[in-house]
Write a protein that binds this ligand. Sequence first.
Ligand SMILES: Nc1ncnc2c1ncn2[C@@H]1O[C@H](COP(=O)(O)OP(=O)(O)OP(=O)(O)O)[C@@H](O)[C@H]1O
Length: 627
Amino acid sequence: MDNIHDANLYELEKKLKNSNEFKKGKEIEESLKNRMKPELGFFKLINLFSKKYPFLFSILITLIVINSIFTARISYLTNIIIQQAIYDVDGQAGTNYGLEWFWWMVITCGVLLVMCFGTYFRDYIGNMISVKIEVDLRNILISKLLEQDISYYSDKKIGEIMTKLISDTNVIGNEINGLLANVISAPMVLVFGTVTLMLINSIIAGISVGLVYLMAIFLVLIVKNYRKRFGVIRTIITDINGDVTDKIGSIKLVKSSGTRLYEEERIKKIHLPYIKNFKPVAKTGGWLITVLIISDVVIALATIASTIFIFGDKDPIYFTALITPFVAGLTALTRPLWQISGIIPGISRASTSTQRIYEVVRSESLLSENIKDGIKFNQEINNISFQGVSFAYPEKIEKLILPPTSLVFEKGKSYAFVGETGSGKSTISKLLLRFYDPTIGTIKINDLDLKTLNLHSYLRHVGYVEQEPQILYGDVYENVRYGIFEATNDDVVAACKKAGLHDLIESWPQKYTTILGEKGTLISGGQKQRIVIARIILKNPDLLILDEATSALDNIVEKVIQKELEKIMVNKTTIVIAHRLSTIKNVDKIFVLGPNAQGIVQTGTFLELTKVEGHFQKLYKAGEIEK
Ligand SMILES: Nc1ncnc2c1ncn2[C@@H]1O[C@H](COP(=O)(O)OP(=O)(O)OP(=O)(O)O)[C@@H](O)[C@H]1O
């Protein structure tokens, strides 16, 4: 194992963990995880993040408060300008506020200017907070998803996970700015507006403000079912996304089965409940806007009518001076109604998404990767032992796969597992990769319990090649370097040369910077497997696990790849899971697994096993081991 490579990776990890961003993100992730309650509301979430960005939050709230006060008071200034103008012209009617109407105009313009700056910065800071929280949430979610053990994914569709990761975090991000501004500002504007109108005339204010409050209650009643409906809608769209992602992922199956039209129709059909459940939301939206427009007019008319009714016999100048600022003031008062109509659906949407994200953050991984407190594995793997290991998948705990098993893998030797399909061969490799922990018993690596090791440091010593080569979206460098990030481009080229890939790569126009495509579609199965081999050559692991590594290849390619694999097997502990004779013939020891969770029923070299009667011979004769 290359210690320089190890040291670099640990440095990188250390640097990352010491960065402020990482620490703050982790703090919030921890506080989210440590909350005991099964539900998390949107505002509780915002409260958590306000501790991460206290400075931005305090500026934002100050600006919202200042803007709300100014918005409510602007009508009072209008009142002063009109009263003063009448007084300046008439000398009797109107009220004298001590300055000419023109100067009151200038003061009002000044206030408007402050409101302009206030609004600009409030919106800018609000949007920046929104996007920061959205990204933080996404990072927390990604970290949580990566931390989950493999069983978490066995009953979930990728599309469902992606909806939470992309869409729900986006919903929250979109709502934060508007909601914060409206939730603080609406009650303030309502209270300050009420006081302002009361100062102009308490009788008329009583009537119009009463109507505004009545309308506010009415609006709340209209939208009270929003949250439940959004919950249903989000669940439906998550299911649909899961389904569609699955079908796009299986595009080869759809194409080869000629089921395109069937899928088109099916996907149209699964959208029907979405439309059906959206209908009541759309209706409520219609009602909202209608009530809002009507209430604007009704409140203005009721104010004018009550003013005429009460003060109709007064001097026309007095009447005009009273009614004009009042109607202007009402506009500020009805604004909170519009805000409330946005707040309630917004809270419903954001709370639904918050809860869905919270469910992911709260779910506990079945095993810990011991990143913080595990034993750093900085030595070579000398021997591996299974000590009384028995196993049943946590997803199906009642079905035993491996009965109590004890065995030892010695350094530098090669081993093979054979057996019928479903006998548990791949399960052995999953246990060695610690996708799962043994249900009972211990796996020891150099006498250290695998469960107690820092998993990342252990996996640096393990190379895994499976039937379906894992090719990432990225160029050849990125693909080969994956997991050994400190390797130079020259290291990658050298590995590719050894894997017999160099000439092929050099023949491509973009050479090593050729993008291999999301699923490596540019290259053949054998070439993909060679990329994986180059990755392993670069990694130079102590333990090599080959799980049906050549099963998907045709006979000719299989022979070539097998030769490459044999070259990298030299001096490495190798565990081979295979059906083909060619891949197991030369190993030091073969373990034969019996059907129906019998575990290991025979062990020996190929020659030994072919000579004695037993399960191996049966498999061999039945063609379970391809010749
Ligand atoms: N995630 C899982 N949850 C529950 N059962 C599982 C899971 N994965 C595998 N199994 C079951 O465990 C048993 C052993 O599976 P395993 O993949 O180890 O068999 P195998 O010998 O490698 O088979 P094959 O030769 O077909 O690859 C099978 O019965 C399988 O159905």
